[in-house]
Write a protein that binds this ligand. Structure first.
Ligand SMILES: *[C@@H]1O[C@H](CO)[C@@H](O)[C@H](O)[C@H]1NC(C)=O
Ligand SMILES: *[C@@H]1O[C@H](CO)[C@@H](O)[C@H](O)[C@H]1NC(C)=O
Length: 390
């Protein structure tokens, strides 16, 4: 009897404690986002309308905002009809491009020869202000038809949510998560799919002290630039001074920008990219453009057509023990080698450019805890995405 009531008592206490704590972000931010607290210990709020969600995210009160369902914005703001062009002529189902800011003419040298109608909500992201935690409950909470935008804000955690179905047929139909200037941001255990433009994009404001971890980038889509059923637009990191840890993510069936880093001369980005699992990419993964430094460690490339493009930025992607040891002088440790299976070749530059390492001499990069690439496939498949942490 005594034992039974003792264990019942303990059960009650632990249930009570978990009720008290269930809404705080789960786990501890690591890498560049170390120390991020989001809404901290603010009492959790669960929005009951789209308008309330919008206001909780954008007001100036520190908040822990719990999503208990998928909020669908698709039909909430009507539709827009506008000019568009056809940058790709493949079949079936090429993406079309909305002529946003005359992009068709100016960037593509095309004329906007067609007209399309799309959901207006997709082009107006929800603003996320400073000192917020946005936390999904279970494996099916998030937002649909609209993305999030962080603009010059800091101390934000976004965890365990799905962002999906934003005008997937159209380039410039909307991004899932845009960060234009910010610091102390932890994007963890989320799921992205069917987004017209970027799943994640930074720039051109600098994004400091940010970690993008344990997310699923699912490229499966009907409409794509190459008519291959794969989204081209995974992650684009272009802020002027980005300092980002990109780790433990699961990218599959994407065909480009996994991630694309840099591209504006005079800007720079340092991206520590480790323990990511890349599977079945019918295109490229890393795309280092001018200004970028990408240190890639312990990643596993499984059936990736082009693991890295031969761009004008810097990337160091060691695969041999000699290349790993070459990290010693800059990092005070060896790097962890990357593994390629049934994948295209790395560029010779990406295996020799140890000048990349001078972007990673800070204590966080030096002290990162990185598993062997051989463990990454099973770990990431079991731990990335929604429904794992909350
Ligand atoms: C966020 O919280 C910090 C610490 O409490 C505070 O100093 C800062 O002003 C807050 N930021 C905003 C925009 O409210
Ligand atoms: C963001 O902050 C920078 C630097 O303070 C400023 O130049 C820029 O205009 C801000 N952007 C917006 C959209 O507020």
């Amino acid at each position: 009897m005594a034992l039974i009531s003792l264990s019942r008592g303990l059960l009650l206490i632990s249930t009570f404690l978990s009720l008290l704590q269930y809404a705080a972000a789960v786990g501890t931010p690591f890498g560049r986002a170390t120390g991020t607290t989001g809404g901290g210990s603010a009492s959790p709020v669960t929005p009951t309308s789209l308008a309330q969600l919008q206001s909780y995210l954008s007001d100036s009160t520190p908040r822990v905002i719990v999503l208990d369902r998928v909020w669908d914005f698709t039909n909430n703001e009507g539709t827009t009809t506008g000019k568009a062009c056809k940058p790709w002529t493949c079949s079936p189902n090429p993406q079309l491009a909305i002529d946003a800011n005359s992009w068709c003419e100016n960037a593509e040298g095309l004329s906007a020869t067609t007209t399309v109608t799309y959901s207006t909500a997709g082009t107006n992201p929800l603003k996320v202000a400073s000192n917020k935690t946005l936390l999904g409950k279970g494996n099916n909470a998030g937002i649909r038809g609209k993305g999030l935008k962080i603009n010059n804000a800091s101390n934000i955690i976004i965890q365990n949510i799905k962002i999906t179905d934003i005008n997937a047929q159209f380039v410039w139909g909307g991004d899932a998560l845009q960060i234009d200037g910010g610091s102390k941001i932890w994007i963890d255990h989320n799921y992205f799919q069917n987004i017209g433009r970027q799943m994640v994009v930074t720039g051109y404001g600098a994004v400091y002290d940010t970690t993008i971890s344990n997310n699923v980038f699912n490229g499966d889509t009907t409409y794509s630039p190459y008519c291959n059923g794969q989204s081209y637009w995974a992650a684009l990191l272009t802020g002027n001074g980005d300092q980002i840890t990109f780790a433990l993510n699961y990218l599959y069936h994407t065909s480009g920008r996994g991630p694309h880093v840099g591209g504006t001369s005079g800007y720079f980005q340092n991206i520590h990219l480790y323990n990511n699992y890349f599977v079945s990419l019918d295109g490229h993964a890393l795309d280092p453009e001018v200004g970028s430094k990408i240190l890639a460690e312990g990643n596993y490339f499984n059936t990736v057509k082009q693991p890295v493009l031969d761009g004008s930025g810097q990337a160091y992607i060691p695969t041999t023990s000699a290349q790993a040891s070459a990290c010693q002088s800059a990092l005070g440790r060896s790097c962890v080698t990357n593994t390629l299976l049934s994948s295209g070749a790395l560029t010779s530059k990406s295996q020799s450019d140890t000048g990349t390492l001078n972007g990673f001499t800070d204590s966080i990069s030096k002290g990162a805890s990185i598993m062997a690439a051989s463990q990454v496939g099973s770990y990431v498949q079991a731990h990335a995405g929604v429904g794992i942490v909350n």
